[in-house]
Design a protein around this ligand. Structure first.
Ligand SMILES: Nc1ncnc2c1ncn2[C@@H]1O[C@H](COP(=O)(O)OP(=O)(O)OP(=O)(O)O)[C@@H](O)[C@H]1O
Ligand SMILES: CC(=O)N[C@H]1[C@@H]2OC[C@@H](O2)[C@@H](O)[C@@H]1O[C@H](C)C(=O)O
Length: 369
């Protein structure tokens, strides 16, 4: 069983999340039960470009990764200062920062499995003057797990109810599903791309960071042959535990599957359909009786995507996490604040049934303030 939400206490934590969409940092102030403040800050454009580049093999990676890890620490320290100012708190009030770092490689499988979240935790502790709990995935991988997704344990604690099975779908760069069964068991896995391919495609063709509300996708037609080719990717058919990232789903992966003459807006429509179809099929396969789905992550703001999910999941009531008190951009950052709290209280943060780890583990490494 996951660690349940502890009682509200005087202890305050800050969660810092920068996810696979690379849209920047979300920071929340968390009191063990609720979010008390939220700040979002985009990455400086040069850092964002470098992080995107570091997701693929390249020259002089060690040096570049070290500089990027410094840049992330500075961004995290800045957003922490902004959050403290916005909420009227001092750094002495905060028990710890739960800092995700930036995933640039995720290869958890096998004897040499690893997962890399760039962050100079020492520099963050130095600059913020607050204990830093980071590297929250590696221990689960060391125990044979995927190291991801980690959020299902938090979803269980925050969204689980006794009277019906509930699923939660995070639509970030990658999509991940949590399955919260009434018997107390919890499942979870990545379903595939959410926004990372759509973001990359609209950036290439229209110079935009993302397809607001899916409006561009809505001008195109789904290409059935392309959709079939994309859905043939073996990741979609894998049984859980499973996780993925930009290691697999990147524009080169898409380019290798395109045919001449396909209109960019039709490709975008097909990518949106890929996200909706892969998530909906995964839910139907793993929780056949689902009637409730909670959506979170930036993709929950994409009206066209939410419409397609609703059409593919008749009989499933889809609500936003915001309706349950946690705005869509705050869920993952709150989860990493909660994971820092688990670490400080010496409670496990992983769910072996989700990640496939050999057992419950305390997640994270500490850089004292
Ligand atoms: N209004 C909107 N319309 C369409 N898409 C949106 C909108 N707002 C945000 N998004 C999408 O949400 C993405 C950001 O989502 P989010 O911050 O949840 O991802 P992340 O946390 O970086 O990724 P992950 O959860 O995979 O780690 C943006 O890149 C964009 O594609
Ligand atoms: C390795 C990694 O960073 N994985 C992320 C990514 O973004 C979404 C999905 O893929 C999920 O598996 C995970 O993030 C969330 C926060 C998680 O661990 O639950």
């Amino acid at each position: 069983m996951a660690s349940p939400l502890p009682s509200k206490s005087d202890a305050l934590y800050i969660g810092l999340m920068s996810g696979t969409s690379l849209d920047g940092v979300d920071a929340v102030l968390f009191d063990g039960q609720a979010v008390l403040g939220h700040v979002h800050a985009p990455f400086p454009p040069a850092l964002r470009d470098e992080l995107l580049a570091l997701n693929a093999p390249g020259a002089n990676e060690l040096h570049r990764a070290a500089l990027a890890a410094n840049g992330i620490a500075r961004s995290y320290a800045d957003v922490t200062a902004q959050l403290l100012e916005a909420t009227g708190h001092r750094r002495e009030d905060i028990t710890a920062l739960g800092a995700h770092g930036q995933t640039v490689r995720h290869r958890p499988d096998g004897f040499d499995g690893y997962t890399t979240q760039l962050l100079n935790g020492a520099l963050l502790a130095e600059q913020a003057g607050i204990d830093v709990v980071c590297d929250l995935r590696s221990r689960d991988v060391a125990a044979g797990g995927q190291g991801a997704p980690l959020v299902p344990a938090f979803h269980r604690a925050f969204f689980g109810v006794a009277d019906r099975d509930v699923a939660a779908l995070n639509l970030g760069g990658i999509a991940n599903l949590s399955l919260l069964f009434t018997d107390g068991s919890t499942g979870g896995f990545d379903t595939g791309p959410a926004n990372c391919l759509m973001d990359g495609w609209i950036a290439r063709h229209r110079g935009l960071a993302f397809d607001a509300d899916g409006a561009w996708a809505a001008t195109g037609q789904v290409l059935p042959e392309l959709l079939t080719v994309l859905l043939a990717e073996s990741f979609f058919a894998l049984a859980p535990p499973k996780s993925t990232g930009r290691d697999l789903f990147h524009l080169d992966w898409l380019d290798a599957r395109l045919s001449p003459g396909q209109a960019p807006e039709d490709v975008q429509a097909t990518l949106l359909e890929l996200t909706a179809r892969s998530a909906a099929e995964a839910l139907k396969a793993q929780m056949p009786g689902a009637t409730s789905l909670i959506a979170c992550g930036g993709g929950a703001r994409n009206g066209r995507l939410m419409q397609r999910l609703a059409e593919l999941l008749p009989g499933v009531a889809i609500t936003s996490s915001a309706e349950l008190g946690l705005p869509v951009d705050q869920v993952e950052a709150a989860a990493f604040a909660w994971l820092a709290q688990c670490f400080k209280e010496k409670r496990p943060g992983n769910l072996p049934a989700v990640t496939g780890a050999a057992g419950l583990r305390i997640l994270g490494a500490l850089y004292p303030s």
